[in-house]
Design a protein around this ligand. Structure first.
Ligand SMILES: Cc1cc2nc3c(=O)[nH]c(=O)nc-3n(C[C@H](O)[C@H](O)[C@H](O)COP(=O)(O)O)c2cc1C
Length: 347
């Protein structure tokens, strides 16, 4: 007699489970868009492109934010903007991030890009670089809360997709208006707020203020993502506990470290796993951009994967000058052999 119990049993178990238990629950929902996980790769110009976002998603990042795209680039249909706002179908949910200073241009560009398939549109109210904030875009918008209110009211009235915001705490120490801005955002129809716990003037110089993120979480009912200075896995639980935020956005600590989304500390990842990841990421870059651009753009990732590795300085220099994928692979193999020879753990 053949025993088919395992199959029949699992079918029965499936049938007996109430649907709510059978389906995974989202960590939070952004106006009807479920997000299945509490860790999210931050938008980072020059880093969070399609190849790296896909790797991070596979490792547990729950939502894809594009690098920021300017309203001018959208309206003038620049090729670079189409590349920035490109995404792979497996990446849903996807948030397009847009920056600009002029209300009408922001609204117009959001209306254009919502037809390109994002699940969310995020407006950047946090970029501190003078080129952006100095002309009233990014964190420059924080100087005019009334304008933020008008902008979000118009966006939420005219867009089909939910609109979200990524803010800093204010322009400078004299104008830390994050509570006011957060309430205005919520009242004007924003569906999620990410808070980077620094002012524009602080740039990256001060430790991020997690108390302020907690205050925003207390002040609004929409989901809040906490961001700033999450450097290791232990920090993820610390910021969640400290702020009560719905999710954690991770930027610099995720460079060369997709394992953080698996809640694995980088120093627990053996060198062999890092070099395997370098090969995989490099292949994805070459496939996406072509060899010349792919290898060039990959350099900054590569050196970060190897940080803290044994006797890494000579190979780092060598890798930074490679123009071809084959040269990268050869240098990597030589490095692994060198580490093995010296009793490291590259095998
Ligand atoms: C290289 C780089 C590029 C960035 N580009 C963007 C961007 O395009 N849009 C944005 O909202 N923030 C951008 N940021 C800010 C990050 O999203 C994040 O808010 C900041 O790095 C703080 O988080 P962290 O301490 O986890 O790095 C960028 C940061 C870095 C380091």
């Amino acid at each position: 007699m053949t025993n088919q119990l395992p199959l029949a049993n699992s079918d029965l178990v499936e049938q007996r489970l109430p649907p709510a238990l059978a389906a995974p629950l989202p960590a939070f929902t952004v106006r009807g868009v479920p997000v299945y996980g509490d860790l999210i790769l931050a938008p980072m110009a020059g880093f969070s492109d399609v190849p790296y976002r896909r790797l991070c998603r596979e490792y547990g990042s729950a939502l894809s934010y594009t690098e920021f795209a300017s309203v001018e680039g959208v309206i003038w249909k620049s090729r670079r903007t189409r590349v920035i706002l490109n995404f792979h179908p497996s990446e849903h949910p996807v948030a397009f991030q847009i920056f600009g200073a002029d209300e009408d241009q922001i609204v117009k560009s959001c209306q254009i890009v919502q037809d390109w398939g994002p699940d969310l549109i995020d407006i950047n109210l946090g970029c501190s670089t003078p080129k952006v904030s100095g002309r009233g875009a990014g964190a420059g918008l924080l100087r005019d809360p009334a304008k933020i209110g008008r902008l979000y009211a118009q966006l939420s009235r005219t867009l089909r997709v939910p609109v979200t915001a990524k803010i800093r705490l204010g322009w400078d120490d004299a104008s830390r208006n994050y509570r006011q801005v957060a309430r205005i955002l919520q009242d004007s129809g924003a569906s999620l707020i990410t808070v980077h716990g620094r002012t524009r003037a602080q740039n990256y110089s001060h430790p991020a203020d997690w108390d302020a993120i907690a205050e925003v979480k207390q002040a609004v009912q929409i989901p809040v993502l906490g961001n700033g200075d999450v450097q290791c896995v232990a920090d993820i639980e610390r910021i969640r506990k400290h702020t009560g935020c719905d999710g954690v956005m991770i930027g610099r600590a995720a460079m060369g470290n997709p394992w953080i989304f698996q809640r694995r500390e980088l120093n627990q990842v053996p060198l062999a796993e890092r070099t395997a990841m370098i090969r995989r990421h490099l292949a994805a870059m070459v496939e996406y951009y072509g060899e010349k651009t792919g290898v060039m753009l990959f350099r900054k990732h590569m050196v970060r994967y190897l940080r803290g590795g044994p006797d890494v300085s000579p190979v780092r220099l060598q890798l930074l000058t490679c123009d071809h994928a084959a040269d990268v692979l050869q240098a990597l193999e030589a490095y692994e052999a060198h580490v093995r020879e010296w009793g490291g753990e590259a095998s």
